[in-house]
Structures are given as structure tokens and as C-alpha cells.
Design a protein around this ligand. Structure first.
Ligand code: KG4
Ligand code: ZN
Length: 329
């Protein structure tokens, strides 16, 4: 069994994953609520909260899977990219457990982890496929090759899709994280009522831009009084959400077309978005392209996806990994 640990941002996570990386026996996520009052993740607060929660979360992952540390043959941990102080907590915990039991350690790239969530969602999935990762820190399209290597096809030139939703939600006075907050507010809204720019819409490349969207919302809000904003909130939220979803859908379908892909994967926190899931489901259905979007709990940060990626990543043997360092990028 693989014990996987993930602490790259504001979720303290541990999971037990089968050696093939296609089934998780447990997946424990402690989402830090400490950041809500700041409207965004505070790195130092995140590191301290990981430190407090790490042991309890690991213990629960073993308990939920009904295994003990003696059943673990490899320890996997997110080593990059992420908040450096947050990553270090997970890396130190992983090193400690692996060293004490003389086990190999697998350093995992968080983005490869998000993609690997697709193998848990659909165990028979095999590359090649085209993958969109849309999270709070990244928005990029990759071609995943038969040997599991990833080639970058396009990425955001400024904000990530999740960041655009988080910033938009903050401007609208909604909660954090912004993605689910905007979706809830948008429930009875008309997505066609306000026009927001879809960045790089007509550019033939596979890059994204979300900064114009945020500015456009700022100007719309400046032109309204508080009462109007409150009344228009569902329509503003729905129109803003639709612009983010449109940008992601367009570029992913363009990538599928350019690469002649028959299989698509969507991952990262924003892939939990209901509208994006529906839109892509419809479009892929029409095109006859297979679409894998993991369940929302496997899209947002979790350790099961890190265990799944570890099954495809070379391990560092005991005790070589003591010099392993976390990296923010
Ligand atoms: O992958 P993730 O959990 O953490 C990072 O690696 O960044 O992604 C977090 C991002 C946040 O920006 C959050 O607003 C967004 O994912 N998100 C959503 C939803 N759930 C989380 N965005 C849209 N709809 C959702 N349901
Ligand atoms: Zn993530």
C-alpha cells in the first residue's frame, strides 16, 4: 500500500492507495477554515495548521483503510509546486515515516497528482489523452503521452481560473473559496444578462487569460449602487461563472481538435464546477469524445490523487531522500 500525503496549500490530506494507483482505500481531507476571515489563504497560517493536523489526518487515513503502518510499502508526498512552508510540513512528515520504517519515498508533482485523479475515477483509463488542469494556482492544458509524460500545450498568461473565481467572489462580497460561492449565488441567475470578456477567445493558441474578466467586473460594480448589486447578484455571478466556463470549454475542445484526441481529462478544483461538467459533458457527447472528470472530492486537493500519481513516479530509495527539498514552483 502507498501512504500519500498532500499539504501544498490549505488542505491537510492523507490517503491509502493500492500499489497500482487505481483505487484508494481511504482519502482524508482536513480543509483549514482559518483562512475564511482573510478571504484568501495566508501561507504562514496554513503551515501552522498543517503542523497541528498532520498526525491526526495520517492516523485517520490508516484507520479508515483498516491498515497499519506495517502494511505500507511506500510513502508518497507532494514535493512541488505549492506554498513552500506548507509543502515542508508534508515532506518532513513523509521523510520521518519513510525513514523510520526504511521505506522508499516518492516525491510527487501536485499537477501530475491532479491528472492522476482520473485513474481513480476510471481505473481502466490509459494515456494518451489531453488534460485540462484548472485550480486555484494553475490553469493549463497538457498532452499526456503513452509513457505518462506530460507536454504543456497552453496555459494562463495571468490569473488561474480558480483565482479569477476567488477574486470575483471577493468583489461580489461572497465567501471563500470563491468557486463554490459563485456557483451557489448563480443558481437562479441569468448567465446571459451581463457580458464578460472571454480572454483570448479568438486566438488560435491554447493559452488563457482571466485578468480582463476581473477588471470588467470591477467596472460593472463601480457603476452600480449597493442595492442594485444585491439585486443583480445572481445574474452577475451567473454571467461571471459562464465566462470562466466558456474560456475553459473552448480551449479544451480546441486542444482536442488540434491533437485529434479521443479522450479528455479535466482535473483541479475548478473541475468540481457543475456548469463546466455539464457543458463539457454535452459537447463531448456530441463529438463522441470520451470525457473523464473525477468526482468533486477527487478534483479539489486530496492525497488519493498523490498516491495515484506515485504509482507512476520513480521512488527514491532509503535513505537518499533525506536531502529531498520541497519547491514552490
Ligand atoms: O485544486 P484546488 O483544490 O487547489 C489548488 O491546487 O489550487 O483548487 C482550488 C480552487 C479554488 O480557486 C476554488 O475556488 C476552486 O478551485 N473551486 C471551484 C469549485 N470548488 C473549488 N471552482 C468552481 N466550482 C467549484 N465547485
Ligand atoms: Zn490543487
Amino acid at each position: 500500500m502507498i501512504l500519500a500525503i498532500e499539504t501544498s496549500c490549505d488542505d491537510t490530506c492523507a490517503a491509502i492507495v493500492e500499489p497500482g494507483g487505481r483505487r484508494a482505500l481511504s482519502n482524508v481531507v482536513h480543509t483549514q477554515t482559518e483562512h475564511e476571515r482573510y478571504g484568501g489563504v495566508v501561507p504562514e497560517v496554513a503551515s501552522r495548521a498543517h503542523l497541528e493536523r498532520m498526525d491526526g489526518v495520517i492516523e485517520k487515513s490508516l484507520e479508515d483503510a483498516d491498515v497499519s503502518l506495517y502494511d505500507i510499502s511506500r510513502v508518497a508526498v507532494t514535493a512541488r509546486p505549492g506554498l513552500i512552508g506548507a509543502l515542508l510540513v508534508g515532506v518532513a512528515a513523509a521523510k520521518g515515516i519513510a525513514y523510520a520504517r526504511k521505506l522508499p519515498l516518492v516525491p510527487v508533482n501536485h499537477l501530475e497528482g491532479h491528472v492522476a485523479a482520473a485513474y481513480l475515477a476510471k481505473p481502466e483509463l490509459e494515456p494518451p489523452f489531453v488534460a485540462l488542469i484548472a485550480s486555484g494556482g494553475h490553469t493549463a492544458i497538457y498532452s499526456v503521452e503513452r509513457d505518462h509524460s506530460m507536454t504543456l500545450l497552453g496555459e494562463t498568461l495571468d490569473d488561474a481560473a480558480g483565482e479569477a473565481l476567488d477574486k470575483g467572489a471577493r468583489m461580489l462580497g461572497l465567501g471563500f473559496p470563491g468557486g463554490p460561492a459563485i456557483s451557489n449565488a448563480a443558481e437562479n441567475g441569468d448567465p446571459g444578462k451581463y457580458e464578460f470578456p472571454v480572454g483570448l477567445k479568438n486566438k488560435k493558441n491554447l493559452d488563457f487569460s482571466f485578468s480582463g474578466l476581473k477588471t470588467s467586473l470591477l467596472y460593472k460594480l463601480k457603476a452600480m449602487d449597493g442595492e442594485t448589486v444585491r439585486g443583480e447578484l445572481p445574474h452577475l455571478a451567473a454571467s461571471y461563472e459562464a465566462a470562466v466556463v466558456e474560456a475553459l470549454t473552448r480551449k479544451l475542445l480546441r486542444a482536442a481538435d488540434m491533437r485529434d484526441a479521443s479522450s479528455l481529462v479535466v482535473a483541479g478544483g475548478v473541475a468540481a464546477n457543475g456548469l463546466l461538467r455539464r457543458r463539457l459533458g454535452e459537447e463531448c457527447g456530441k463529438l463522441g469524445v470520451s470525457l473523464v472528470i473525477p468526482s468533486p472530492d477527487l478534483c479539489t486537493d486530496n492525497a488519493a490523487m498523490i498516491g495515484a500519481a506515485a504509482a507512476r513516479t520513480p521512488a527514491i530509495e532509503y535513505p537518499e531522500y533525506l536531502s529531498l527539498n520541497a519547491r514552490s514552483v
